[in-house]
Design a protein around this ligand. Sequence first.
Ligand code: ADP
Length: 197
Amino acid sequence: MKKEKTFVILKPDAVQRSLMGEIIHRLERTGLKFIAFKFIVPTKEQCYSHYNKDDKWFLEKGTRVLNDRQTKGLPIDKTATEYGKEINEGNVRLLTSGPVLLIVLEGNQAAGIVRKIVGGTEPLTSDVGTIRGDLTIDSYMLAGTDGRAVRNLIHCSESAEEAEREIPIWFKKEELMDYRLLNEAILYDVNLDGILE
Ligand code: ADP
């Protein structure tokens, strides 16, 4: 459990909006340990391996776009699945558009903790206090009808298993640091019953 890893990408919109420090600060103060950083412009191949979305995802996302286009009175010239695939293309386009910061964090329940503070996908419904809820205003309606991905600053792994799949796409094993944070002693070693003299 202590060694659970999760993977984060600060997307180009986070870099362009000078929000890297703010987001790193929010991640760091959880007490999780940073074990890798990398600042790169991703390749298309890396992005397609990373976003390995399936037909269910395309259909679900595309149906929303279709409904939004209907609401806005825009022409519908694709199937729901095709609109869903367009979102995935939009994700790849966004990630390859400029530098991103790749981060691996480690610690107890790392994936769930990071997901919680990142917040839900769409800014309007992500909780107050989360990275996406506090710092973004894009919407499915705006992004979907423009044929692009929602700009929500950050990607984080869905689960520890998903992190295990994603991390090797971006990092070599030897790029992950193995060290101990003093902070961890508070959680795992120190008996706080004994601190009063
Ligand atoms: P999350 O990033 O919250 O795990 P997903 O994995 O479902 O969400 O989607 C990946 C990314 O695709 C999202 O972060 C967002 O940028 C984009 N996206 C998801 N759904 C839509 C949508 N309906 N319209 C536009 N972009 C979307």
